[in-house]
Design a binder for this molecule. Structure first.
Ligand SMILES: [Zn+2]
Length: 349
């Protein structure tokens, strides 16, 4: 779990000390509680959260695609999305009420309605207000805040996910801009919120571009067609010689036209060290997954990570026509994501 934290809370109080640290801790704990609300709700509908990036105001949750039963649907389930978005603000609101009740019941004469609401000098009041702020701010229609997610879900009734997200992001960017400007003339804190909203939207949008590349790009567009192969009858020393002259880390082993195994540079080296020279036949991995040229990048990725292998042969009529490797995929994904973004920016000035 990555935690991004800015020291704005510390800067706003001019003194630093254990109380300021405690205030930062309180805000962080409130954000975590809010995010946990979302994650538990997501888990209940079968989405497996992998990591969450905590920003001082919101979190960007990343879901493990390979473990989600069903691949990303073309249309968002918009009602479910709205329910998931509402859970966070509800958790924050509930915590605010609960802590307000506790503070009031403690009978220590803490005034809840007193400016500044968030203050290191009064931690119990800060707990109440931090949660209230989180509930209200997250309902702003600025994607990826919860309000913005609701807006996107509303758009996605008639649009596909990426168009709906793009529309929500452009509204969000406008809001972020207004907040940043307003902050310059009033409270820096607003600028901070604007910056957070803006960067969170960029993070989400990038993730979405990657997702669309994963779903829409076919292996034939990215597979390596110029690659070296080995024969099962090659000796390990010959294989090592070939490996030295190639950038490949993994080699398909072919007999005639048939693909019979996979061997990596590392396998060759390990076998040579352990048992001296031998044949590729004895060392190669005979169990491997194959793909066809129409498979999506995402499916190849899942196969690679599931088997923890580093190369997938692409076959057609039992014949090896190309290979995809992990490096190769990462590389082409970055390139494709960039070129799509360029094309889109041209299409929508
Ligand atoms: Zn939320």
């Amino acid at each position: 779990m990555f935690i991004f934290w800015t020291d704005y809370a510390v800067n706003r109080q001019n003194a630093s000390g254990p109380r300021d640290l405690a205030l930062v801790g309180i805000i962080l704990a409130c954000v975590s509680a809010h995010e946990c609300g979302h994650m538990f709700a997501a888990r209940r509908v079968g989405m497996v959260p992998k990591a969450v990036i905590l920003l001082p105001l919101t979190g960007v949750a990343l879901y493990d695609e390979s473990r989600t039963e069903r691949p990303q649907p073309a249309l968002l389930l918009w009602k479910r999305e709205i329910r998931l978005a509402l859970v966070g603000p509800l958790v924050s609101l509930a915590l605010a009420c609960l802590s307000a009740a506790v503070v009031t019941a403690s009978g220590r004469g803490i005034e809840l309605w007193k400016w500044p609401f968030l203050q290191a000098a009064n931690l119990p009041r800060s707990v109440v207000w931090a949660n209230l702020y989180l509930a209200v701010l997250n309902l702003m229609p600025a994607y990826p805040l919860d309000g913005g997610r609701i807006l996107r879900a509303y758009f996605s009734r008639t649009l596909d996910v990426s168009s709906a997200t793009r529309r929500a992001v452009s509204i969000s960017n406008a809001i972020a801009m207004v907040l940043m400007l307003a902050g310059l003339f009033s409270d820096n804190w607003l600028t901070m919120v604007g910056v957070i909203v803006f960067s969170a939207a960029q993070l989400e949008e990038r993730a979405l571009v990657f997702q669309s590349v994963l779903d829409n790009v076919r292996l034939e567009e990215v597979m390596l067609t110029d690659f070296a192969t080995l024969s099962p009858a090659d000796t390990l020393e010959d294989a090592l010689q070939k490996a030295v002259h190639s950038l490949q880390d993994d080699f398909p082993v072919v007999r005639g036209m048939d693909m019979v195994g996979i061997i990596s540079k590392q396998n060759i080296l390990d076998a040579l060290r352990a048992e001296g020279n031998g044949y590729v036949q004895a060392v190669m991995n005979k169990i491997f997954e194959v793909s066809v040229r129409q498979d999506s990048l995402g499916s190849a990725f899942r196969k690679l990570t599931a088997r923890n292998s580093s190369v997938i042969p692409v076959v057609e009529d039992q014949r090896l026509i190309g290979i995809v490797t992990l490096q190769n995929l990462m590389h082409s994904m970055t390139l494709l994501a960039e070129s799509r973004k360029l094309r889109r920016d041209e299409a929508e000035p």
